[in-house]
Design a protein around this ligand. Structure first.
Ligand SMILES: [Zn+2]
Length: 202
């Protein structure tokens, strides 16, 4: 039987992606013993991170503080009229690394997934529409990956944005079926952006 504080820490650690209960317990034990000084440093850095890293209110990417606009939204050299729609803010990191895109972003924060309980009302579609209208976006590139949930979301968007005068494109076949943006790979992303296809209006 382990002390309650160690059990508590291992439970918190299991929330970290790819950390299972066994690894979490090992880490918790290490922190309470040999890693005490490190634990103090880590605690400070994490608190600082929470205070210093925010989410951009304009696009949903990481920014340098609460309610601060991110670097990509502030960058005046980027194309204003093209918007790339991604599922998660970390997808932007992959797209930026591939250098496939130089416009603006919008993070949806998820895709429609009845199985996981994510419905239309859980996602910021209205905010997206407002952004397209107010920023006079000419083209929206749907870069939600090649999953079934992404396809459902794309179909919904096509209908939802019907009255808005915007060209809707989807990434081309560079990305294998079933793949999320993060696993697509740089070369595939560049190709997928290059051969993006326009969705026909209904
Ligand atoms: Zn931003």
């Amino acid at each position: 039987m382990l002390p309650e504080s160690i059990t508590k820490l291992s439970k918190i650690l299991t929330k970290i992606p790819n950390i299972g209960p066994k690894s979490a317990e090992k880490l918790a034990l290490w922190f309470s013993g040999y890693g005490m000084a490190y634990a103090k440093d880590l605690g400070m850095v994490l608190t600082e991170l929470h205070n210093l890293v925010g989410i951009c209110p304009d696009c949903g990417y990481f920014s340098d503080g609460q309610d601060k606009i991110c670097l990509y939204c502030l960058d005046s050299t980027r194309e204003d009229s093209i918007l790339c729609l991604v599922e998660q803010n970390v997808d932007i990191i992959d797209i930026e690394e591939s250098k496939a895109f130089k416009g603006r972003y919008f993070v949806l924060g998820g895709v429609i997934s009845p199985l996981e309980g994510v419905t239309i009302s859980d996602l910021p579609f209205e905010k997206l529409k407002e952004k397209i209208i107010s920023k006079e976006i000419k083209e929206i590139i749907i870069a939600l990956g090649a999953t079934t949930e992404a396809d459902v979301t794309t179909m919904y968007l096509k209908e939802f944005l019907q009255e808005v005068s915007v060209k809707i494109t989807v990434l081309g076949r560079g990305i294998a079926v079933g793949t999320q943006i993060h696993y697509a790979g740089k070369k595939s992303l560049v190709e997928a952006f290059r051969i993006r296809e326009t969705l026909d209006p209904q």
